[in-house]
Design a protein around this ligand. Structure first.
Ligand SMILES: [Zn+2]
Ligand SMILES: [Zn+2]
Length: 321
C-alpha cells in the first residue's frame, strides 16, 4: 500500500472530515479581517494611540444617546408592539446575548476596522484623496460624506445578499423570527468587514484631513438601530427618505429580502427600484429564513442561548454535503 494511503488510514476520521467541512471563503474573510485589524493595531501602537482610539470608538458606538434609544424603544415595543410577545421571548434573550457580544467584541473590532482600512488606503492609495474639498464649508462636505458613507453601506448590504461568501455571514442577522430593537446587534462580527472597508473610502476621499463629529456618527448609528424595533412606525412623510421600522421589516420578510436594503436613507433603494414603502394598514408580515438554514432559538430542539450563539457564529464556516 502506498505511504500516502497509509497516512490517510492512520489519520483520525473526524479530524479529516472537520477540515473538509471548513468553508474556504469564510476562512479567507476571517484572515483579511485579521490583517486589517493587525495593520490598525500596529499603526496605533507605533503612535501610542491604541487606548485613546478604542475609547473614542466606545464613545461613538456605545454612547449614552444610543443606550437611551435602546431603552426607550424597548419600552415603546411593550406599549405598541407590531407583534405582541413576552418580554423574555427566546428571540429577545438570544439578541441580548448578541448585544453583550457587540459591546465586548464588535465595537473594538469596528473601530479597528475603520482605522485599519483608512491606514491601508492612506498608505497604498493616497491618490484617492481629494484635496480640493479641503476648502469646502463643513455644512456641505460633512453631510455629503455621511450620505456617501450611507451609499457605501447600501452597496455592502447589496453585496451581502448577492455574493454567497458574504451571505454566509449576513444570514444570521436575517434568521431572527422575532424582530426587536436588539436585533440590530444580531450580526456575525465578520459581517462588518466589507461595510467598514467600503464606508471608509468616502471619508478618505472627501475629508482626508478632517473628522466627522462623534455625535453625528452616534445619531447615524441610532437611526440604523431603531429600524429593527418591533413597532409599526412608518415615520409618515419622513419615511420616504429615512428607513423606518416598518420599511426595514419588509427587508426581513421570509419570502422576499431583495427589497429595502437601505441602512439609514431610502434614496438608494428608490434610485435602483428596490424600495417598497409600507402603509400602516398593511398586516405585519413574518420574518426569518424559510427552512431555517441557520440554527435558531425558535426551533424546539434548540440549545441554551450561549451554546446556540457559538453554533450560530460557527455556521458560516461549515459546509454542508
Ligand atoms: Zn439584509
Ligand atoms: Zn436588519
Amino acid at each position: 500500500m502506498p505511504a500516502s494511503q497509509l497516512e490517510q488510514l492512520e489519520m483520525p476520521a473526524p479530524a479529516r472530515l472537520q477540515w473538509r467541512r471548513l468553508c474556504l471563503s469564510s476562512v479567507v474573510l476571517a484572515a483579511i479581517t485579521a490583517l486589517i485589524v493587525w495593520a490598525a493595531v500596529a499603526d496605533l501602537l507605533q503612535q501610542g494611540r491604541l487606548a485613546t482610539v478604542l475609547s473614542a470608538g466606545w464613545g461613538e458606538l456605545a454612547a449614552p444617546l444610543l443606550i437611551a434609544l435602546v431603552v426607550v424603544t424597548g419600552i415603546c415595543e411593550r406599549i405598541w408592539p407590531a407583534e405582541p410577545r413576552p418580554v423574555l421571548a427566546r428571540g429577545h434573550v438570544q439578541d441580548a446575548c448578541y448585544l453583550a457580544l457587540h459591546a465586548a467584541v464588535v465595537i473594538p473590532l469596528m473601530t479597528l476596522l475603520s482605522v485599519g482600512a483608512a491606514s491601508l488606503i492612506g498608505s497604498h492609495a493616497r491618490w484617492l484623496e481629494l484635496r480640493a474639498t479641503a476648502h469646502w464649508p463643513a455644512w456641505l462636505i460633512i453631510p455629503l460624506t455621511i450620505g456617501a458613507m450611507d451609499a457605501a453601506n447600501w452597496l455592502a448590504h447589496f453585496a451581502d445578499h448577492k455574493l454567497e461568501p458574504l451571505w454566509r455571514f449576513h444570514a444570521l442577522h436575517h434568521s431572527q423570527e422575532e424582530l426587536s430593537v436588539l436585533t440590530s446587534f444580531r450580526a456575525h462580527p465578520l459581517m462588518h468587514t466589507t461595510g467598514f472597508i467600503l464606508a471608509t473610502i468616502p471619508v478618505v476621499v472627501l475629508i482626508p484631513a478632517r473628522a466627522i463629529a462623534p455625535v453625528l456618527i452616534t445619531i447615524y448609528v441610532c437611526i440604523g438601530t431603531l429600524q429593527h424595533a418591533n413597532l409599526r412606525w412608518t415615520f409618515g412623510p419622513l419615511g420616504r427618505v429615512i428607513v423606518s421600522p416598518a420599511y426595514h421589516r419588509l427587508h426581513h420578510a421570509t419570502d422576499n429580502q431583495a427589497v429595502n436594503l437601505g441602512v439609514v436613507l431610502t434614496i438608494w433603494d428608490a434610485l435602483i427600484g428596490y424600495a417598497r414603502f409600507p402603509a400602516r394598514r398593511h398586516p405585519v408580515g413574518r420574518t426569518g429564513l424559510d427552512g431555517r438554514p441557520v440554527p435558531v432559538e425558535q426551533d424546539r430542539s434548540s440549545r441554551p442561548a450561549l451554546l446556540l450563539l457559538a453554533d450560530q457564529l460557527a455556521e458560516p464556516f461549515r459546509t454542508h454535503p
